[in-house]
Every structure is written in C-alpha cells, then in structure tokens.
Ligand binder design. Sequence first.
Ligand code: DC
Length: 218
Amino acid sequence: MIVAIDGPAGCGKSTVARCVAKELGYYFLNTGSFYRAVTYAHIQRGGDCSDRAACLETARSIEITVRDGDICIDGQDVEDKLHTKAVDMNASIVSSDPALRQIVTGIIRQIAGSMDIVTEGRDTTTVIFPFAQCKFYFDANAEIRARRRIEQQGEGQSFEEVLELIKKRDHNDMNKEVGSLKIAEDAVYIDTSHLTITQVCEKVVSVVHSRQKEGAIS
Ligand code: DC
C-alpha cells in the first residue's frame, strides 16, 4: 500500500506522514529530502544552483540511499544537513528542472520498491506515485505555516522572513514546468490550519483503514 500526501511547505505533511507511518507500521519516505540532498551536494561542490546542466551532473554523479530512515549521499548520512536556509531556498530552484526531476523520481521509485510506505512531497500523488492507493492533499494558510516553521527550526529567522520565504517557495513550487503542486483528482483534501497533528493523523489513518477494507472485499 502506498499512502501519498501532497501540499505546500509547512502544512504538516512531514510530521503527519511520520505519525501515520508509525501508526500503520509503514516506511516513511520524504520525497523533498531527495531534492534537498542533490541541492546540498551541489552547494558542497561550490556549484551554482541556477546552472541546470551542473545540477544535473551532480544528480547523476551521486548515489542517494536511505539508511535507518536517514538520507545518505555516497554512503554518508547527511540527514541533519538538509534543512539550512541555503538548502531551503535553493532546493526549490534545483527541483524546477524537468530532467533532474526525472532522475530523482526514478531514485525514489526504486527505493520505495514494493514496500508499504507513507510518502509526501509536491508531486507525490500526481507524478511519482500516481498509482498510490491512498492520496491526500493538505493545505493551511501561509501565516500558520510560517509560525509552524519557526517553532520547528532554530535558525533565528523572524516571522516576516519565514513568511516571505514560504510565499516565494509557494510561487516557485506552483509554477514549475514539471512536477508543480497540484491537487490530484482522487485526493482527499484536508485543511490542517486549525487541526492538531493528532487530529490530521487520525483522519488519514481512518481513510487508509477504510481503503484497506474495500481492498479486502473487492
Ligand atoms: O518538502 P520539502 O520542503 O522538504 O521539499 C524541498 C524542496 O523540494 C521544495 O522546494 C519542494 C521540492 N520538492 C519537489 O519539487 N517535489 C517533491 N516531490 C518534493 C519536494
């Protein structure tokens, strides 16, 4: 079973996906981490993130794997290096290249294999796993998302800075040539603005359980 969750930055996808994965005993796969890993590797090489050919070369030359739930580049665990301000901003640019997206989509599908997974990211329900049995689209207003980001990360950015960053990223993510943020026709839409993580998690798990029952019957 593939449970796929899409939605803009800060709408709770990651936290809820982890919680749902734990509850169901499924593997949690965060698709954004793969774009972040390519971005991090490229920055480490001193590369220019707006140079598509160079980013593509980086994506082709590194091996991305997952070990104990952590992202590794060429065997080295980089999970704690993927959420800096530089990676945040540049991942959006790096992930706008259709050719690079194809490479990353291939890597993600290969890692997912035939496992039971809960996965999340911009085009998870529409491009990476259009065949997922359970699809969700989470939303929340930008101010609430900015506040949540500030609580999550300790980088000392002001509310205004984070809000600005979120709005810029929304714009980039919704206007990509390929893999832009869209609501899949068959996705369950959940506005998480005024819901707790537990409430969203319960909703998702209940949909998964009813799909499992439907699957067992049909
Ligand atoms: O979800 P996140 O913030 O970790 O994602 C990092 C970046 O990668 C963000 O700019 C959106 C992009 N992304 C994407 O284009 N497609 C995905 N499936 C997941 C993330």
